[in-house]
Design a protein around this ligand. Structure first.
Ligand code: DQA
Length: 146
């Protein structure tokens, strides 16, 4: 039987992890985080489809397509978290569980990061735990789909 697959989406500038503002985001690359996710998912008998885009439209396309191919969405929408009604609307088109992740604690940072459109439809939010947050998000997702 095919393993259930979680769509893990990473928005703009997350491709720069490793060198980007390590005081907020740590020193692991997005590739390192993908490996953490793959290992954790496999422990739980799940698979992952791990993607990154700097483009809002591409993220919207992937979210729209997810309902046919995936069992849940883990989303770090980067700065689009705080601006994108298009991503919120796309998320509303799926019935899938949604877990929102941020590496940094967005509530300790600038006020414009305190607002999240994604949170309106997320089952839960994990922020401030760095790359470990993705592992926690997979655990939370496994529970949501069980
Ligand atoms: C982020 C937080 C956002 O405010 C920021 O724009 C990012 C990364 C995080 O993972 O902490 O790009 O989503």
């Amino acid at each position: 039987m095919m393993k259930k697959c979680i769509l893990i989406l990473n928005g703009p500038n997350l491709n720069m992890l490793g060198s980007r503002e390590p005081e907020f985001y740590g020193d692991q690359t997005l590739g390192d985080i993908e490996k953490i996710c793959a290992d954790q998912a496999s422990k739980l008998g799940l698979s992952i489809d791990f993607r990154n885009s700097n483009s809002e439209g591409e993220l919207v396309d992937w979210i729209q397509q997810s309902k046919n191919n995936h069992v849940a969405i883990i989303l770090n929408a980067g700065a689009y978290t705080h601006t994108s009604i298009a991503i919120l609307d796309a998320l509303r088109t799926t019935n899938l569980p949604i877990v929102e992740v941020h590496l940094s604690n967005i509530f300790q940072r600038e006020e414009y990061r305190h607002v999240s459109f994604v949170s309106q439809v997320a089952d839960g939010v994990i922020c401030g735990f760095g790359s470990q947050g993705y592992k926690l998000a997979i655990d939370a997702t496994a529970k949501l789909i069980s």
